[in-house]
Design a protein around this ligand. Sequence first.
Ligand SMILES: Cc1ncc(COP(=O)(O)O)c(C=O)c1O
Length: 384
Amino acid sequence: MSARAASAAIAVASSASSARSESVVASPLVAIYAIAASEGMSIDIAGGGELELALAAGVPAERIHFHGNAKTDAELARAIEVGIGTIIVDSEDELDRLDRLVPAGRRQRLLLRVIPGVEAETHASMSTGGADSKFGLPIPRVGELIDGLRDHDRLEIAGVHVHIGSQILNVEQFAEAVEALAPVGGLDVYDLGGGLGVAYHEGERAPSVDEYLDRLVGAAEAHLPADATLMIEPGRSAVARAGLTAYRVVVVKRSGRHFVAVDGGMADQLEIALTGQRFSAVLANRADEEPDVTVQLVGRQCESGDLLIDGARLPSPRVDDIVVMPATGAYSYTMSNNYNGALRPAVVIVADGVARLAARREEVADLLRLHAPAAEHDWSAPPR
Ligand SMILES: Cc1ncc(COP(=O)(O)O)c(C=O)c1O
């Protein structure tokens, strides 16, 4: 399914159950922001850089929602300056900061992020709603803060936000998070976050968008005010299956194991090392051949943990074969980095048989540009 089709499916499904659809954060590309905005979605951002990308995509500022547990003064000031729609407040320090930064005569719409105390059944690094999470505020404190800010002239608490994590395959956990919000009743907006998981490989089953929304809306009907606006923030479930990564085989080696090494790795596919996510692979240039070997598909970065697939079944790979890993549209490009001097890959978006470049391939000149100040100093001598 394309990102556009996935987002349309979510928008249609959610309007059928009178919920409001929301944003993509798993693929913060100008092109994806523009596609999501054209589908009527709002856009979540998680930092000042993503704010600039969303603005560059032409997303109206009032449709941008600013998340993050450690927003700086400069980021908040910029968001306020451009007229951002909603800021999701993660701490009391952030509230104090907003009190200082929102100018007289302006009313800033806020949601308070709560800790629902739901330990999501997913990798620990993707679980964000447990009692010890670094994200959000304890529910009793949220109630007090809402009461305290009721008559504030510049800060408007429109509602609360909850996000229990990512790659969640058990819809009951979303219902638990909704139930946890019941004590903070009487608000206009309940933003229920993202987190719906994706089936990445054979044998994995993910809930459908309908199953997910039915459970979410069912829990909201049971525990939240009937006239409240519900929002969701699908990331992974909207874009993961819309993307694939193509690598070229560089080395085939039978040493301790049968290794197939490609011209990328954890510098462009960090999620595997971070979360243990398991992907599948095919040889695009020999897709009609039956797999006959089990190989360690590895990247080229200097870590044994740079293992793209542990035990990939492929037709005996050869140098220059093209290995394609499907369902890598979420959290890959956004986590790409320059480890070992790797250059970020290009991103090409294909629709109706037409390929368009969404982000160009990084070049050595891009890498060197950041280090230009080094040329101003003589590093062999102590600073004067
Ligand atoms: C606040 C918030 N909302 C939504 C999402 C999207 O989650 P997912 O991609 O799992 O749908 C994230 C992901 O990090 C997030 O932090």
